[in-house]
Design a protein around this ligand. Sequence first.
Ligand code: HEC
Length: 157
Amino acid sequence: MKKKPHLGGAMVIALAVLVGASATAQAQDTAENAIKYRQTIMKTLGGHLGAIAAIAKGEVSVSDHAARHAAAIASITEMMPDIFAENTGPDSGVKTRATAAIWQETDKFQQVIAVAQAEANKLVEVASSGDAGAIGAQLGALGKNGCGACHTGFRSN
Ligand code: HEC
């Protein structure tokens, strides 16, 4: 029987370096890639929000997942400042619902991100309480003051 070649520690490190290097060399923050990435991030956010809402409504009994969805939501809001590069607006030639206001009303936009982060952090606080009513109320606040506030004006229909 043929012995499988064993990957030595040095080899694994060499491979990891190689993969890392090529990922860096190939990473193309083209408008297309960056917009696709942003939309993926937003979809993920919507997924976690829908999941924790189902828990708050008592549709599923995995209430211990609430804190993890809340943590994921908070983590994603921390990524928001990085996903609106200058070249990813409505003039990019790529299909996007991001509006020009993002790059025109930058102070207001940063403020909306900060509010979304604050509401998400409050969600993290209440999520571990297991109080479905409190979680539901905070989901409403996040949805209105975070998601909704940004989608009004900074996202087109
Ligand atoms: C700071 C602004 C901002 C905040 C806060 C924000 N969004 Fe968005 N969202 C956007 C923009 C801009 C787009 C359009 C992205 C694009 O098309 O390039 C978007 C798109 C989306 C989409 C559609 C993704 C797709 O293309 O399929 C979903 C779903 C979404 N957001 C969910 C959420 C949820 C849920 C929250 C709150 C927990 C949230 N967003 C908070 C700005 C925001």
